[in-house]
Design a binder for this molecule. Structure first.
Ligand code: UTP
Length: 475
């Protein structure tokens, strides 16, 4: 250990980061092991390069706003899309799913600070009656798809150091939600040191470096580093259905989306919402110098965000909601050792740290810089990226904040509105309020029906339901 410590100490001194070992003499042997483990995991060269970039202020990579154009996207049939092409995409997608080419992939390594839930966000109870967790909802959707397509549909889940063990324990406790332990694959994402405004690495305790997850874009290199990508190859999976951990309305396995991706010979496809409010906080799909990208809402000028065409519609209307199909080969090339990785973004955040006296400091203002990669930056590197529209009320109601917009309450209302819509479309007389929310709570398990069409197939079973009290439709 002594030798390892000396090597690291020398490297950290050379990088101007010797403060990391400030409490070394006071640490127990176990604590020293922990600090060595953290210190060895930091890529000091990468950090030095990033800090130089940050200090030069070269983050704003948006470039010339005048060169930004809205990216083209395929509208859904009800908004003018070609129903024949949507039907063709669905056929092609179904075939690929049935052949076992598609796996699900959930990024669940975030810290979920806005929600403030004590546990992995995927364990958050999000349904109205059974209080099922987000993970359980996704698992049921995957099980429903498995039955429909007769394919294994493995599920990959990216965690992070702060929630990996808890996530695994949660799945074990719930017996992998009936998916079978061997069909769910976990790997932990990379970490980046948190630095102060002078570029100095912070300690979260005298024996641990403050490390934070390297962003959802870190998933590409984490898949390669962890060997997840090799597993996919062995299984014959070449397409990943990528989604975030916070959206219970997600279509985990969407044949039409897979089909559009394949028909477009795309390496990275995305779903978009058509924004009605120009200031909605989602990134915009844009074209710049012939390449597609997502420009964050904070980087898009108000003028462009509000720009409308002759038809009165917003020009930069296609909003990114982090739902993608990604080719395995793109991940191999972007996330592979020595290969070009995605760019890092810098964010000023509040981070607790150990002061010179060894005591923990809780800052009231941002005091630190965190480094993150964003998965949508892969779009610019992908061949033939395409964007298709999805219907907001059918697929997007994330749980991000503790209250208000995108909160557990707003998501519950959206889930219930969806249940009522599906039942009404299947001929049921569901009493709803003026916003379409049923007067008595309704929860439909994805194992009972995972779409309006699937519910319609069960029409006969719905005739005698009593909507005057809470109603759970399950398997
Ligand atoms: P968010 O941007 O909502 O971040 O992540 P967050 O960390 O979960 O939440 P806040 O901002 O602290 O409240 C979007 C998705 O990307 C995943 C999250 O788990 C979520 O599914 N993510 C984010 C990662 O997997 N790793 C990261 O480093 C960051």
């Amino acid at each position: 250990m002594r030798e390892r410590f000396q090597q690291l100490q020398t490297a950290y001194e050379a990088a101007g980061q010797e403060q990391v070992f400030a409490f070394w003499k006071k640490l127990t042997p176990t604590q020293r092991d922990g600090l060595i483990e953290d210190a060895a995991a930091v890529d000091l060269k990468e950090l030095g390069r990033l800090w130089a970039q940050y200090s030069k202020g070269s983050q704003a990579a948006v470039g010339d706003m005048n060169a930004l154009m809205p990216a083209p996207f395929e509208p859904v049939s009800q908004n003018g899309g070609d129903p024949k092409r949507w039907a063709q995409a669905e056929r092609v997608g179904k075939e690929a799913i049935s052949q076992g080419r598609v796996a699900c992939f959930t990024v669940a390594g975030g810290q979920g600070t806005r929600l403030g839930y004590d546990g992995p966000k995927g364990a958050f109870p999000c349904t109205v009656l059974r209080k099922k967790s987000l993970f359980e909802i996704f698992a049921e959707k995957i099980r429903a798809a498995r039955m429909r397509y007769g394919a294994a549909i493995p599920w990959f889940i990216m965690t992070s150091r702060h929630n990996h063990d808890q996530t695994l324990a949660f799945f074990r406790e719930h017996k992998f939600f009936g998916l079978g332990e061997l069909n769910v694959h976990f790997f932990s994402q990379g970490l980046m040191p948190v630095v102060d405004f002078n570029g100095k690495i912070l300690l979260e305790s005298p024996d641990r470096i403050a490390l934070s997850p390297d962003g959802h874009g870190g998933s590409l290199r984490a898949m390669v580093r962890s060997g997840a990508i090799d597993k996919m190859k062995e299984m014959g999976v070449d397409l990943l259905s990528y989604f975030q951990v916070d959206n219970p309305l997600i279509h985990c396995v969407d044949p039409a989306f897979v089909g559009w991706h394949l028909l477009g010979n795309s390496q990275f496809s995305s779903k978009a919402l058509v924004k009605t409010d120009p200031l909605e906080k989602v990134g915009a799909f844009c074209m710049q110098n012939g390449k597609m990208s997502v420009i964050e809402y904070s980087d898009l000028s108000d003028e462009l965000a509000q720009k409308r065409g002759a038809d009165g519609k917003l020009e930069f209307a296609a909003g990114s909601i982090a739902i993608h199909i990604i080719n395995r080969e793109l991940i191999e090339s972007l996330g592979g050792a020595g290969a070009q990785t995605l760019p890092f973004h810098f964010a000023k955040k509040k981070a607790e740290f150990v002061g010179k006296d060894g005591e923990l400091v809780f800052p009231k203002e941002p005091n630190a810089v965190k480094f993150e990669m964003f998965v949508f930056d892969a779009i610019g590197e992908a061949k033939n990226p395409i964007v298709i529209e999805t219907v907001r009320e059918e697929e997007f109601s994330p749980i991000k904040n503790a209250q208000g917009v995108d909160s557990p309450q707003s998501s519950l209302r959206d889930q219930q509105r969806q249940a009522a819509r599906w039942l009404i479309a299947a001929g049921c007389d569901v009493p709803v309020d003026k916003e379409g929310v049923p007067l008595h709570p309704i929860e439909i398990s994805p194992l009972f029906a995972d779409s309006a069409e699937a519910l319609l197939e069960k029409k006969d079973m719905l005739q005698h339901l009593d909507f005057s009290k809470p109603l759970y439709l399950g398997k």
